[in-house]
Design a protein around this ligand. Structure first.
Ligand code: TXA
Ligand code: MG
Length: 343
């Protein structure tokens, strides 16, 4: 039995928030919107509550959770060795779509940190998320609210279709504007390391730090590299169809995809592309957006839509990895299982 509540983020009904916050405080699970994707929350300090998250998602429990807070000072209650690098992120980018990794203190259960000595912390900017965490008055562990391995949910229908009946509460609060999960950055050492790319980009971080490293597993598949962010090692964002990225000169990509469609008449082929190219393709075309920001916002939604249309194969255009393009290509590569057709 799931209590489903609809809340307008521009005119928040605090009574409705309080009912869902009570569920969290009493050890239940609540799905709520954030600016990145919907999160599946529970009290981060309560091991039994956190267990319910892993069960609802079908998630391996060595995969640590992000702890969401509504107040920067809460960092000092959950982490230790809070250095200048951490403070720079908190000052410059919080509340917002970036998560910091710090050494955890004893209050944070290993269940939440996936057995690690570190904890992931984020103060989201979404008004519903902030109010909910504040009213619950506990730090809220929340992974993306999808069944493990599926694309993260970015709109109300995704959450209802996949999760109603699996959690105690759901807050529907409209679309998630970013559409990709937060940037994850390890600030436990002198040079910050990006473990997962997101809306706060490498370039944004270079404005704040002299030097920033990128975990090599972000950019390429390499079985010899063990990602520092445990979640990055799992298959992810997979629709039912097989996804291929087609990379090369734009006109060549269009010709190649149309050629593949012609040669495979017996199967249903989906195409994901930038808006301006949509009319050039045969097949089941879903334009991803005008700009790379829109592509980021629509990527997961589109992968789910392709499933609904029951396509057998998806061909996607490739995107430049500068700015948020790095996060887009990271997710797309994973959805494709790194299957790339290079022209
Ligand atoms: O935007 C987001 O971050 C969303 C919303 C709900 O806030 N949450 C989210 O959580 O994406 P999740 O659990 O799907 O992804 C958390 C990522 C995983 O890749 C996990 O391995 C990594 O963060 N992570 C968590 N704690 C970590 C730690 N202590 N050290 C390294 N990586 C960590
Ligand atoms: Mg996730």
């Amino acid at each position: 039995n799931t209590l489903v509540t609809k809340i307008d983020k521009d005119n928040i009904d605090i009574q409705k928030i309080k009912v869902q916050a009570d569920i969290l405080r009493n050890g239940g699970t609540v799905i709520f919107p954030t600016e990145t994707v919907y999160g599946l929350g529970a009290n981060a300090l309560d091991e039994n509550a956190v267990d319910k998250i892993y069960k609802a998602k079908g998630r391996p429990s060595d995969n640590p959770l992000i702890v969401h807070i509504s107040n920067k000072d809460d960092v000092y209650k959950l982490a230790k060795d809070i250095n200048e690098n951490a403070k720079i992120i908190m000052d410059k980018f919080w509340p917002g779509p970036i998560t910091i990794i710090l050494n955890k203190n004893d209050k944070v259960p290993y269940k939440t940190s996936g057995g690690l000595e570190t904890v992931a912390l984020r103060m989201p900017s979404h008004p519903i998320a902030l109010e909910l965490i504040k009213e619950a008055n506990v730090p809220v562990a929340a992974p993306s609210a999808n069944i493990s391995g599926r694309p993260s949910p970015t709109d109300e229908s995704h959450v209802i279709e996949e999760m109603e009946g699996r959690v105690d509460g759901i807050i529907l609060g409209g679309d998630c504007n970013v559409g990709l999960e937060s940037t994850v950055i390890d600030v436990t050492s002198d040079i910050p390391i990006i473990l997962r790319p997101g809306k706060i980009t490498y370039e944004d971080l270079l404005d704040a730090f002299l030097e920033v490293e990128i975990d090599p597993s972000i950019l390429e598949k390499n079985d010899n590299i063990i990602p520092k962010s445990p979640g990055m090692k799992y298959t992810h964002y997979s629709p039912n169809a097989d996804v291929y990225i087609v990379r090369g000169k734009e006109s060549d990509v269009i010709d190649k995809i149309n050629d593949l469609i012609d040669k495979n008449k017996e199967i249903k082929v989906g195409v994901m592309c930038i808006n301006k190219n949509a009319h050039k393709y045969k097949g089941e075309v879903i334009p991803l957006g005008e700009s790379i920001n829109e592509v980021g916002k629509n990527l997961f939604k589109t992968l789910r839509e392709m499933d609904k249309r029951k396509v057998d194969v998806i061909y996607s255009e490739s995107f430049d990895t500068k700015g948020i393009g790095q996060a887009v290509m990271n997710r797309l590569n994973k959805a494709a299982g790194y299957k790339i057709i290079d022209l």
